[in-house]
Unconditional design. Structure first.
Length: 178
């Protein structure tokens, strides 16, 4: 909860990837709050109040996943909304003069995204969501210490750079709207 809150304030792209990981953690623990508490939360260096808040946060996410039918796959609306917000900024950057550098990075990445989308189970996935899916898969491959080709690493670096720019633009837009 504490990491998610901080990421949401500082880097929306990292927040989104973090929340996908949290959803997968909940699935790995069979959405059992007691398992999450004893095997995950208990290992965190938290005060009593923080541990209670973390427990309640996981409990509320489990409840959302149950109600929204995402215990097996998919994402809760809270997470989908984050992607929608980023998609709005992405489209805005592609259409405005302020997005020249972003647009250049996006068009440089587009051939790789086309290839990735052709291999996806959902060829209608947006380019932006494909970036997130790709980087999430890369995170998992790195965690498993799997071999990754230089071309794939280069594409991941390009996608991460694009999402970093997008996150900065999101933060700026959010500050301007306050």
């Amino acid at each position: 909860m504490f990491a998610a809150h901080e990421l949401k304030q500082k880097n929306m792209a990292e927040y989104l990837l973090y929340m996908w990981r949290v959803e997968d953690i909940i699935r790995a623990f069979d959405a059992d709050i007691e398992k999450i508490d004893t095997q995950l939360i208990a290992g965190m260096n938290l005060t009593v109040e923080q541990r209670k808040a973390e427990y309640e946060w996981y409990e509320s996410l489990i409840d959302m996943m149950r109600r929204e039918g995402c215990l097996q796959k998919g994402h809760i609306q809270l997470v989908k909304n984050a992607l929608i917000d980023l998609e709005d900024i992405h489209l805005s950057l592609l259409q405005t003069a302020e997005g020249v550098e972003y647009k250049a990075k996006y068009y440089q990445l587009q051939p790789a995204l086309t290839i990735l989308k052709s291999k996806s189970s959902d060829p209608t996935i947006s380019d932006l969501e494909m970036c997130f899916v790709f980087l999430y898969c890369m995170m998992n491959l790195r965690q498993e210490k799997a071999a990754i080709s230089e071309d794939t690493e280069r594409t991941a670096k390009q996608a991460a750079g694009l999402l970093a720019m997008l996150s900065r633009a999101y933060t700026i837009a959010k500050e301007e709207n306050q």
